[in-house]
Structures are given as C-alpha cells and as structure tokens.
Write a protein that binds this ligand. Structure first.
Ligand code: HEM
Length: 140
C-alpha cells in the first residue's frame, strides 16, 4: 500500500540539485564577464599583463557559454523554466562570439570599440538573466 503514496521530496530533490548546479555555472559565467571589464580597464591603463588576461578570458568565456548553451538546451528541455534558460544561454554564447570578434577586429585597428564596449555591458546583462533563470529552474 505504501508503494502508492506520492513522496514530494522524490521529485523536488533532483530539481534543487539541478538548480544549484546551474546557479553555480551561470554565476561563474557572470563573474567571467565582469572580470573582462576589469581586465579591459587595466589594459586601457597600460597594464602589460591585462591584454593577455582579457584575450585568455575571452577564449574561456566562448567555450563556457557555448558548452552551457548546448548542454542546457538538450538536458533541460523537459524541466520547468529549462527551455527558457537554454535559450538565454545560447543567445549569450552568440553575443559573446560577436563580442570576441569585435574585440579582435578592434585590436587589428578596426574602428569597433564603440560596439565592443557597450556589447560588453549587454553580455553582463544577459549573463545576469542566466543567473536569474537558473534560480527558477524546476519551480512549478
Ligand atoms: C564577454 C566580454 C568580452 C569579450 C569576450 C571580449 C573579447 C575581446 C577580444 C577577443 C579582444 C581582442 C584581444 C586581442 O586580439 O588581442 C578584445 C579587446 C579589447 N576589449 Fe574586450 N571583450 C569583452 C569585454 C570587454 C569590455 C566590457 C570592455 C570594456 C569595458 C572591453 C574592452 C576591450 C578593449 C579596450 C580591447 C582592446 C582593443 C584594441 O586593442 O584596440 N572588452 N576583447
């Protein structure tokens, strides 16, 4: 008879683990996009190592957002609020790629910093939406 009793914790626990995991992933991406602005500021102040740090963090952010976007779209499609988080993270990956392209072109002399700097703010905003989306994951 006990076998027919619904235990809410059975379905809530996996969702809270997912929520925690994606909250950490999205918070790391948010921190990475914030630190890009710090490296950019150091670069513009003439700090030698900042240019390399900005370049290396850009590569990490491209890989991280692409991986998070693809994995979330596939694995969270049946979780409440999962598809929305997947779409947010995939869009973020696309904006980060465009951001890296405008940065690289600026470094080669193209007049694109006027796009690159505000797009950095947009990346941060989209990453913050990812954090908010992860917090809602699995909620009814
Ligand atoms: C997710 C965020 C960002 C990514 C992925 C990114 C990526 C890049 C890349 C790949 C470069 C070219 C580096 C090279 O080829 O050596 C670059 C250059 C640069 N970025 Fe960013 N960036 C981001 C955010 C920002 C932000 C927020 C700012 C400013 C507030 C900024 C300012 C600059 C500047 C000043 C340069 C140098 C351009 C030049 O040499 O003329 N970046 N960025």
């Amino acid at each position: 008879m006990d076998a027919h009793v619904e235990r809410p914790t059975v379905s809530i626990a996996p969702n809270s683990n997912l929520r925690r995991r994606w909250s950490v992933i999205t918070a790391l991406i948010l921190a990475g996009s914030f630190i890009q602005a710090c490296f950019a500021g150091a670069m513009l102040s003439g700090t030698g190592w900042a240019w390399k740090a900005h370049s290396a963090t850009a590569a990490v952010l491209i890989a991280a957002t692409l991986a998070a976007g693809l994995v979330s779209v596939v694995t969270l499609r049946r979780i409440p609020h999962g598809p929305k988080l997947g779409l947010t993270l995939l869009s973020l990956a696309a904006v980060v790629c465009i951001q890296a392209a405008t940065g690289a072109l600026s470094a080669k002399g193209a007049n694109l910093l006027w796009v690159h700097v505000p797009l950095g703010v947009a990346v941060f905003g989209a990453a913050a939406r990812g954090v908010a989306g992860a917090r809602k994951l699995g909620a009814g």
